[in-house]
Design a protein around this ligand. Structure first.
Ligand SMILES: *[C@@H]1O[C@H](CO)[C@@H](O)[C@H](O)[C@H]1NC(C)=O
Ligand SMILES: *[C@@H]1O[C@H](CO)[C@@H](O)[C@H](O)[C@H]1NC(C)=O
Ligand SMILES: *[C@@H]1O[C@H](CO)[C@@H](O)[C@H](O)[C@H]1NC(C)=O
Length: 316
């Protein structure tokens, strides 16, 4: 998501200097299935019920779809959001209904315009998608990733990498509700909020307590792994509970939980490398598993800063 491109480039430069020191690797087959002609970059990805990919870009207010099952897939505009020039996080929060974050980002300063962040619902259950505003994040400084609480799809958590906060829609949960995590990617799974912190190069989690629709941290943050050779961004869980994490400048890392359930997760490089020299994966941003068939559910789709959509066979 955005913080790499816009905020933590100095971190990434430092990271590149000591690249190649930490992770073992196992290559999973991957293929660039789409490339924007002008390297127009993708920010985040979600997968629709009919297996089409929904793609956002931080340099466009238009939500696009792409059918990954066709050869020569094309990018199709789905909806253009008003009062915005950028889209960031997108997730499915109810069957065939998605939330998308739209905002205005100053391309010179690379900062979000205060008061511009709006969270929209996009309903694909109708023949033409219906959109409506869910809420505005008036006090947020940035809005990168978004996740919904399982079983409580209307409680949405949004990461703000600049304020170092997690927001619940219209509710600031920075402190003491949730510690200042500085997080980028985030997903809720089994009552834990899993997150990446790009600046601290951290993959971690914090147990959540939900009371009356308010989310708080039930216990302290647990560090699950340090990504020593890159900046972690978004991630997706597979059905085995492993996390596939996009890592700048050019790797997809696979984090697996320890058998004991406690301690650091093991990590390996699944695609690309820590130097960012693999042309098949350049500055990866978002990641989401396919859906619609058992085969698609094993395919991880990864977006990149240079407009690639990369399909990774995680069953290999
Ligand atoms: C972006 O920020 C700069 C510096 O504050 C300002 O001069 C410029 O007008 C802003 N651009 C837009 C489009 O708001
Ligand atoms: C939820 O949080 C809001 C804002 O902090 C507070 O006003 C409200 O009382 C809380 N509700 C419960 C049930 O804790
Ligand atoms: C986890 O990894 C960190 C380094 O990233 C190390 O300092 C720590 O000892 C490890 N913890 C366990 C329980 O192995």
């Amino acid at each position: 998501m955005l913080s790499h491109r816009f905020l933590s480039f100095s971190v990434l430069v430092a990271v590149q200097a000591k690249a190649g020191i930490s992770r073992t690797s196992k290559s999973f087959p991957s293929q660039v299935i789409f490339q924007t002609p002008d390297s127009f970059f993708f920010e985040n990805i979600a997968v629709g019920a009919s297996s089409e990919l929904l793609l956002t870009s931080a340099v466009s207010p238009t939500l696009f779809s792409l059918d990954p099952t066709t050869v020569d897939a094309t990018l199709n505009p789905v909806h253009t959001f008003p009062n915005a020039n950028a889209l960031t996080g997108i997730i499915e929060y109810r069957p065939n209904m998605f939330v998308v974050i739209a905002s205005i980002i100053n391309v010179t300063t690379r900062q979000w315009t205060p008061g511009s962040i709006v969270v929209w619902s996009v309903d694909f259950t109708a023949t033409t998608p219906k959109v409506h505003v869910l809420g505005g994040l008036t006090d947020a400084e940035a809005a990168n990733g978004i996740t919904a609480l399982p079983g409580q799809p209307d409680t949405l958590l949004i990461s703000d990498s600049i304020a170092g906060a997690v927001w619940q829609i219209n509710t600031h949960l920075c402190s003491p509700a949730l510690p200042a995590l500085g997080i980028n990617g985030l997903h809720v799974r089994d009552a834990y909020l899993y997150f990446t912190n790009s600046q601290q190069q951290l993959f971690g989690r914090v147990p959540l307590a939900v009371k009356g629709g308010n989310v708080t941290a039930a216990r302290a943050v647990e560090k699950l792994g340090t990504v020593e050779d890159g900046g972690p961004d978004d991630f997706a869980f597979d059905i085995q509970g492993r996390a596939w994490v996009t890592v700048h400048p050019g790797a997809l890392a696979l984090f697996s939980p320890p058998a004991s359930g406690r301690g650091n997760w093991t990590q390996l490089t699944a695609v690309g490398n820590a130097d960012g020299t693999d042309p098949g994966l350049i500055q990866p941003t978002g990641a989401a598993f396919g859906c619609g068939s058992p085969y698609q559910e094993t395919i991880l789709y990864v977006t990149t800063d240079v407009g690639q959509v990369v399909a990774v066979d995680t069953s290999a």
